[in-house]
Design a protein around this ligand. Structure first.
Ligand code: NAG
Ligand code: NAG
Length: 541
């Protein structure tokens, strides 16, 4: 009887969600979002919990799995989750950014229907509204290779999540209040690893065995350096690309980025520090977790090993040393080098310069002088229902304008299936981290100073990684190549959360006139409708 009922519910749910990927397995999640007490830095704070947990549950899935995630919002305010790096092909409806998806009202629920289509790798989810991310609500996403697809390293003896980043003792409301008032965030109060401060988290290992650590920088404001006392790390994956397996003693991980390393417990049996410290900050914040050999009787003592002392050059050289293993498989059985991105001539060059203008007397952040203003209706819904006056395509210029900053709901037009070059130009003295939803892009180059056409001669057109989040060093540029193969409305944003919140973001509308479901899935039947989309219908009567 129970099985029967479950079956009926399952079918009904699939009909409601209009899910069309019938051949691949389904994974169902029911997540209750609540406030609850957490003590990441030893003082009590109100955290955002998922099923009572902080960090939230890990999503373990396999390439092409369907993920049906029912989110019940028990907060007293609207809530949304977004998926940092899960591409949601043809399906920006599910992206969970306020430009694509209406917030889940307090006391209501919403079921996301995602698919880990053609992906492998390490990502994370996070709450996308306001400064909710400062209260937690995030968790890891692991997308494993299908059993028949070879992975370029032996199966590890364990697969550990390391969600690391800066943390504030102030509440997300207080932090938002600072930003709304036209001020920047204060300096973070500390760093945390998997929701805990100093030595608050333990990774247990067996001597002689090799473990995978999946590290994501889930912080709001600072780049971090990750290292394990007495151990080296073999880099194997960067946001879905299998890498050339270089060995590092420490790794810089910028806001929103994810890396997988293999660590072999090949040292004398004792406990070691797992260290995270802030980078490119005036004062260095540090925190530690414990690498515990199961046969160890010796606790950690003394100072944890220090991180790199030089800034840009060290980090830039490390970034340039990261390559893609061209003969390894990605999500499909064919080698990662079979897509020759370097032989394709980009049809368009987009240059994006960040700035920090004062607009109406308040600090804002901008891209090409436009500081993004959130409209009352998600752009994706306004587009679908032809609701005028929400945004205009073309409000995001392709080039820096050098003019004063201004506010606009900025949307850039892009043609489906075109191949573009994007240059992130950073004239500011702070490090930037850029993320593009719905895509994985090739990081072809980065260097100090001003990008010019001559900079192209230094591009890596052979074996760079494809990823979804990239850093831009102070007074430097980073260039990417991207195949616009995913129709939809996609958020391009700073992963520095104050910058994102105050306008350093916009949407790219990747457009085709085709109405085929092969190009874009229809609006979900369960789509929440808010703002001026309220009262419209997701299906004709
Ligand atoms: C979830 O939301 C739907 C649509 O608003 C509603 O019909 C349903 O009763 C809700 N489920 C629960 C368990 O609250
Ligand atoms: C690249 O992947 C292949 C195939 O799995 C593997 O044999 C090789 O060792 C890898 N090379 C490097 C440099 O990581």
């Amino acid at each position: 009887m129970r099985a029967y009922t479950t079956g009926v519910c399952f079918l009904a749910l699939l009909l409601v969600l209009n899910v069309v990927n019938g051949d691949n397995p389904y994974r169902f999640y029911t997540w209750k979002i609540t406030y609850g007490d957490i003590y990441p830095l030893g003082v009590k704070q109100q955290g955002i919990l998922i099923n009572g947990q902080f960090p939230g549950p890990t999503i373990d899935c396999v390439t092409n799995d369907n993920l049906i995630i029912s989110v019940y919002n028990y907060l007293n305010e609207p809530f949304l989750l977004s998926w940092n790096g899960l591409q949601q092909r043809r399906n920006s409806w599910q992206d969970g950014m306020y430009g694509t998806t209406c917030p889940i009202p307090p006391g209501k629920n919403f079921t996301y229907a995602l698919q880990a289509k053609d992906q492998i790798g390490t990502y994370f989810y996070f709450p996308s509204l306001g400064l909710h991310k400062a209260a937690g609500g995030y968790g890891s996403i692991k997308v494993y290779s299908r059993p028949q697809i070879p992975v370029p390293f032996p199966p590890p003896s364990g697969d550990y999540v390391v969600l690391a980043g800066d943390w504030f003792k102030r509440s997300h409301r207080q932090l938002k209040y600072f930003l709304d008032g036209g001020h920047n965030l204060p300096f973070p109060d500390g760093l945390i690893i998997n929701g805990r401060g100093w030595n608050g988290y333990t990774f247990s290992v067996d001597q002689g065995k090799t473990y995978r650590f999946r590290i994501s920088n889930v912080g709001l404001a600072t780049s971090i350096n990750f290292r394990i006392q007495g151990h080296t790390m073999k880099l194997v994956e960067v946001e879905g690309s299998h890498t050339v397996q270089n060995t590092y003693t420490s790794l810089d991980i910028h806001l929103g980025q994810s890396y997988s390393v293999l660590v072999t417990a090949n040292q004398p049996a004792k406990d070691y520090y797992v260290v995270v410290s802030s980078r490119f900050t005036s004062k260095v914040l540090t925190t530690t977790a414990i690498l515990h050999y199961r046969n160890s009787f010796t606790k950690v003592s003394g100072y944890p090993p220090a991180g790199p002392t030089t800034q840009i050059d060290w980090s830039l050289n490390q970034a340039r040393s990261i390559g893609r293993n061209l003969t390894a498989s990605g999500p499909r059985p064919n080698p990662q080098g079979s897509y020759h991105y370097g032989l394709i001539k980009p049809a368009r060059t987009i240059i994006l310069a960040n700035s920090a203008p004062y607009i109406n007397g308040k600090l804002r952040y901008a891209v090409n002088s436009v500081s993004y203003l959130s409209p009352d209706t998600p752009l994706k819904l306004a587009d679908y229902f032809n609701i005028g006056g929400v945004f205009s395509v073309g409000s995001m210029p392709d080039r820096p304008s050098y003019g004063n900053g201004y506010l606009a709901t900025s949307v850039m037009h892009a043609d489906y299936r075109s191949f573009v070059e994007i240059v992130f130009q950073n004239w500011e003295n702070s490090i930037q981290s850029w993320h593009i939803d719905g895509y994985s892009f090739f990081v072809v180059g980065m260097d100090g100073g001003q990008w010019t056409q001559a900079s192209r001669s230094s591009y890596n057109l052979k074996d760079t990684v494809a990823r979804c989040t990239v850093q831009v060093y102070p007074k430097s540029w980073t260039a990417i190549y991207m195949a616009l193969d995913n129709v939809g409305m996609w958020n391009i944003r700073s992963e520095d959360w104050a910058r994102q919140y105050l306008g350093q973001q916009f949407y790219m509308r990747v457009y085709t006139s085709s109405k085929s479901w092969r190009d874009e899935l229809p609006i979900p039947r369960n789509a929440l409708l808010c703002g001026r989309a309220r009262g419209h219908r997701t299906r004709p009567l």
